[in-house]
Design a protein around this ligand. Sequence first.
Ligand code: MG
Length: 299
Amino acid sequence: MTFENNFVNWVHATMPTTAKALLPNGDDAALLSSSPRGTLVATDMLLDGTHFVVGQTPPELIGRKSVAVNFSDIAAMGGTPDSIFISLAVPHSTCPKWLERVMNGAAEMAREFNCGIDGGDTNSWNGPFAINVCVVGRPHWRGPASRLGAKEKDVVMVSGRRLGDTLASEHHLNFTPRIKEAQWLLDHFEIHSMMDLSDGLASDAPRLAKASAVKIVLEVEKIIPSPWDAKDLRSALCDGEDFELLFTCSHANAVEIEHNFPWSCGIRRIGTVEKGEGVYLLHPKQTEAQLLDLHGYEH
Ligand SMILES: [Mg+2]
């Protein structure tokens, strides 16, 4: 028996499944029950040397992160993940136990959100380790949140207590995708637009502004605790891999959200939406905001 056969048998015996998969794991294709409101699908590939470092990053955290970044995209739509599919490019020299530890990390994150690992593929080759996860999920009963609906006079909000410093703090490896938080927001409030912060506010906020055809003004004092610290500001704007929710809603709802948000990660207002285009930064004691000309992390 080849390494791949042994590994696939281990996967079938070990990985979580749910009632959403209508056939046992191991057939040519998975059969999933469908949702009347449509199906959310997201995929993200993570590479050795870019998103983690084999030999430095514990394998469980590689698997965990690979699933969590995909869950963050489902969270950004206010959805619920149901099934994941994992494809692995594995160097010939890889120890089977190491690969099992990667999958155990993936399975732990999947179980945390009651999601099955319902298929995938494994190939060994001479190149570096790569892992691709595809996630399938259901939209919120209100429909999907999207990047398209930010309105003039909206408030811009972000989940989490801080942005940036995601590499040194290892937040990029051990963050919790904001699935429950996003669902709570959609359960109780009209959320006009939403996305997750994967490349940093400096890259992601312009995407939201462009998709909604609006101008966003971000207040430095609300982004970081010490607004004169240029290094901190750059880190909050550009480090990337925050995996927090960035969203907009009416002023009245923003006040209610800040007051009633029940999750420990915290939530705060960081800016406003205006008529126009682009993303601007308002520094303390300035009356005119300046165009944000930094860029976040580019994968
Ligand atoms: Mg995203």
